[in-house]
Write a protein that binds this ligand. Structure first.
Ligand code: MG
Length: 377
């Protein structure tokens, strides 16, 4: 069964305040919407991730930090947006999980439970039983009790066999609260799977703080360092942090001897507890002779991604008497930022001499040290 995710980001979210609709506001430094897109994109049982956006936001334009596979223009109402999404997906999947983009803390195991239930049911949705006592209130006074037996708090993603939910939405005339209501109106069975207390919907300003607190509990921060040295030899240029500098010497090494990029790469491996460049690209292996060092850095970056981390910042110091680094710092930051898919303001390349002391002071070579911070993606 091919399963697509349809993430709704077309709402205006006025109750949360702020200049942008809530799903486009920042939560722990990233757009609210980017979290759900990422979880579904990483999920092995989801083949396609589509995002429904408001036409105004597409024109604005707002761009998700993490690109979905497809962007669909929504309609005037939530139901119209879902229908537009289902029509766009009808030929590319057998089942669809419709998720509210304002639920950034969706866990992969909740997605699993919905998909598993769809093997035997046309519809499945996560929910949690109501455990608090429920009251009727009138003018601030308790006016009666509500039996909570059999009551559930509904969450998303709500999953359905795609042809059935598409016909249900095409036929729907009501202003249904969610897709389960539309499915039930069309006579579809919807089974309840266990939701997750963390899978909250961001509605008000306070919910941002609540979501951040929940994320903080899951946050893992890793720090790694890297150090490297290459010796000067004959040549007419050196590679430093991805930039080719004309110089009256070259740097010797098995690869292109980019000492700065090697230190940065080792810092990332270090944060991951994943060895060093020599382990991943043995100097004894002739295929790495003269290799461009971006290959090593790209490998470390993708290893971080696959391990569930993103690079938060990198700081690299080059230690040499010459060549002069200052005029090339910006180009080096740009080159590293491109490989690491990082904003240049999360990168630092600086240089120091060693006051003519030691091997760098005598101009025998260049040393580099780097620190990398990785955080849970
Ligand atoms: Mg090296």
């Amino acid at each position: 069964m091919k399963t697509a995710a349809l993430i709704l980001a077309a709402g205006r979210g006025t109750r949360a305040g702020g200049e942008l609709p809530k799903q486009w506001q920042k939560l722990m430094g990233r757009q609210v919407i980017s979290y759900a897109i990422e979880v579904f994109k990483r999920h092995p049982k989801i083949s396609h991730v589509a995002l429904v956006m408001n036409a105004d936001d597409i024109v604005a334009p707002l761009t998700p930090d993490i690109a979905p596979d497809q962007i669909i223009t929504g309609g005037e109402t939530r139901q119209a947006s879902v229908l537009a999404g289902l029509e766009a997906l009808k030929d590319s999947a057998d089942a669809v999980l419709i998720h509210d983009g304002a639920r950034p803390l969706i866990a992969p195991n909740v997605i699993d439970r919905v998909i598993d239930a769809l093997q035997t049911h046309p519809g499945a949705a996560p929910a949690l039983p109501v455990t608090d006592a429920l009251w009727h209130g009138e003018d601030g006074t308790v006016a009666g009790m509500q039996d909570r037996a059999g009551l559930f708090r509904a969450q998303t993603p709500q999953g359905f066999h795609l042809p059935e939910i598409l016909s249900a939405h095409r036929a729907n005339q009501t202003d249904a609260a969610d897709d389960v209501a539309v499915a039930r109106a069309a006579g579809l069975d919807v089974t309840i799977v266990t939701g997750d207390e963390s899978n909250i919907k961001i509605t008000t300003r306070d919910d941002f703080a609540r979501a951040a607190k929940l994320m903080d509990n899951k946050m893992d921060v890793r720090c790694g360092n890297g150090f490297d040295v290459h010796r000067f030899g004959p040549g007419d240029h050196v590679w430093l942090c991805g930039v080719k500098l004309p110089f009256d010497h070259g740097l010797q090494g098995h690869s292109d001897a980019d000492v700065g990029m090697h230190a940065v790469t080792d810092a990332i491996y270090g944060a991951l507890g994943a060895g060093d460049i020599g382990q991943h690209f043995p100097p004894s292996d002739p295929q790495w002779k003269g290799a461009a060092s971006h290959i090593f850095l790209e490998h470390a970056v993708s290893l971080a991604e696959r391990s569930g981390y993103r690079i938060s910042n990198v700081d690299c110091t080059l230690i040499c008497e010459f060549p002069k680094i200052g005029p090339h710092q910006d180009a080096m930051k740009t080159a590293l930022a491109k490989i690491m898919k990082l904003d240049t303001n999360r990168l630092s390349v600086k240089a120091t001499t060693s006051e003519r002391l030691g091997f760098t002071g005598r101009g025998e070579g260049i040393a580099a040290m780097a620190t990398a911070t990785l955080v849970t993606a």
